[in-house]
Design a protein around this ligand. Sequence first.
Ligand code: HEM
Length: 417
Amino acid sequence: MTPIPSTDLRLDDIQLGSAELWARPDREGIFAKLRAERPVSFHEEPEFIGFPKGPGFWSVVRHDDVMRVSRDSETFISGRGSNIGDLPVELLEFFGSMINMDAPRHTKLRKLVNRGFTPRMVAELEAAVRQQARHIVQTVAPKGRCDFVEEIAAALPLKIICDMMGIPESDTRRMFELSNIILGVGDPEYGSTMETLMSAAVELSQYAQALGEERARTPGDDITSVLMQADVDGDRLTAAEFASFFILLVVAGNETTRNAISHGMKALTDFPEQRRAWMSDFDRLAPTAVEEIVRWATPVIHFRRTATRDVEIAGQRIPAGDKIVMWYNSANRDERAFDDPFRFDVRREPNEHVGFGGGGAHFCLGANLARREIKVMFEELFRTLPDIHVVGEPDRLFSAFIHGIKRMRVEWPPPRG
Ligand code: HEM
């Protein structure tokens, strides 16, 4: 059994809201300690750029508590925000679309946008995913080394979302930059201030509104056209609703999948016997290997809910109106839910990870698309660059929300001839 990490921080000194905690090397030990000794804990809120400090938040760190909060969307609502800090209500919807909504609005919007994510729509994307993954791998192959994040991992999800939505090639680079600004909040490298954040969101939104209006007038065969034509109980998406959903897709579909692929590459370098196992029986192991990559990576570290009534979790009373944060990273390493959780195991089964959420109304809309992208990317990598491996330590994103890798050097012997 792989040892469970530890920390020498005292329980009362663990402050999940403090930025310093996220820079510590013993993060896994800190969460292991909370799971063992204080499964529900209260924390002060960090300062969120440009906004007054909020009242603090409860944290659930065990797998079964995360599942419970996630699945009871009457008691634990999303409409007051799904991140720790409080955004003004107008911004909540602007930035978060359906992720910051509750029934009945959420149900209606989800029904509408589901049209773009049916298994058939996703299966139709398979050819595009494969073609793009192959193109990415073949482009870098002669170089013998590259930055894995920018040249391999990030290039795939971004291109697929842009293709799905009908965005031309010439605009994809700008989409990449804007999504970095929005999700890089808090990391000094991206220097996001409230102004840069808002101007990035406004630029994305204006772009999307124009795109939505254009496809409403002259539909094509992209998902933007499907969404702009879709009708649920007489309701259609307005261009503004579409723009918010578009911002959500660009940020939700991009960084998450990119980080899953990057962490997957790192894990397959660190655990060569797991890589050999998967490479020798790719198709059979792909379903469990992909789930294990998502568990291992946990690209989204947390989401928040708000209690609508007084409620008790693991013996702790939580008053109505308080914030509750579900720590997916911790649930995905919970010794109670996973056998040997600190072992990366491409054959892991069962694997009820919460990387795409703990189930319930907001479960990741793009999960099937993401699974397909991860699988196809590794299939193409193994085929063309079977010796690709990470060199040195990755440069990690400084964030309590996105488990991100900013840069990661990889090398392989370039093909001969
Ligand atoms: C490995 C990649 C991904 C991970 C780890 C991930 C993770 C998540 C998580 C944790 C949630 C919240 C679930 C909840 O609150 O119960 C979520 C929601 C969502 N994700 Fe993903 N996601 C990924 C890829 C994608 C992709 C590719 C898309 C779309 C192209 C996407 C679109 C969405 C949307 C629209 C929601 C909001 C659903 C709702 O509120 O009803 N995600 N995702």
